[in-house]
Design a protein around this ligand. Structure first.
Ligand SMILES: *[C@@H]1O[C@H](CO)[C@@H](O)[C@H](O)[C@H]1NC(C)=O
Ligand SMILES: *[C@@H]1O[C@H](CO)[C@@H](O)[C@H](O)[C@H]1NC(C)=O
Length: 134
C-alpha cells in the first residue's frame, strides 16, 4: 500500500471528524469550538482562523502572544477574539460577535505548534456556520 494512500485516508478521517455545524441568528455572538491536540505545555505559536475564498481570508490571526488586527478581512475587524487568550488546554475556540447573514460559510482553524523536534502546522478544525433568521 502506498504512502499516499495512507496520507489521503488520514486526511479524510481527520477532516470529517473535525467538521461541525453551528447555527445562529443575526445579532448573536457565537463560539466556534476548537481544541489543539496534545497541548499540555502551551506550545502554540500561531492560530489562524480563516474563511477559504475570502481575500484576505483571515478572520483572526494570533501570533506569539498577540492578536494581529492587520490583514484581517475588513468585515471581521473588531468582531473576532479567542475564547481564552491563555489557550488553556489548547482551547483555540473563536468568538464571533454580532453575526450577520453574510457570515454563513466554512471556517478553518490552523495551528502552528512546536512538536518534539519540529514545527507543525495543522488544520485542526473545520466548522460550517449557518446564520439565518429565526
Ligand atoms: C456580544 O459580545 C459583546 C462583546 O463582548 C457584548 O458587548 C454584547 O452584549 C454581546 N451580545 C449579545 C447579544 O450577547
Ligand atoms: C475597532 O478597532 C479599532 C482599531 O483597533 C478601534 O480603534 C475601535 O475602537 C474599535 N471599535 C470598536 C467598536 O470596538
Amino acid at each position: 500500500m502506498s504512502a499516499w494512500f495512507w496520507l489521503m485516508l488520514c486526511f479524510l478521517v481527520r477532516s470529517s471528524e473535525g467538521q461541525k455545524i453551528i447555527r445562529a441568528e443575526p445579532g448573536q455572538n457565537v463560539t466556534l469550538p476548537c481544541e489543539a491536540p496534545n497541548n499540555k505545555d502551551n506550545t502554540i505559536i500561531t492560530v489562524e482562523w480563516i474563511r477559504p475564498g475570502l481575500d484576505p481570508e483571515h478572520v483572526l490571526f494570533y501570533r506569539r502572544g498577540h492578536l494581529d488586527p492587520d490583514n484581517l478581512d475588513p468585515s471581521y475587524k473588531n468582531r473576532t477574539d479567542l475564547q481564552d487568550r491563555q489557550m488553556k488546554d489548547g482551547d483555540v475556540s473563536l468568538v464571533l460577535t454580532d453575526v450577520k447573514m453574510e457570515d454563513t460559510g466554512t471556517y478553518e482553524c490552523q495551528v502552528l505548534q512546536e512538536g518534539t523536534n519540529s514545527l507543525m502546522k495543522d488544520l485542526i478544525c473545520i466548522t460550517f456556520l449557518e446564520v439565518r433568521q429565526p
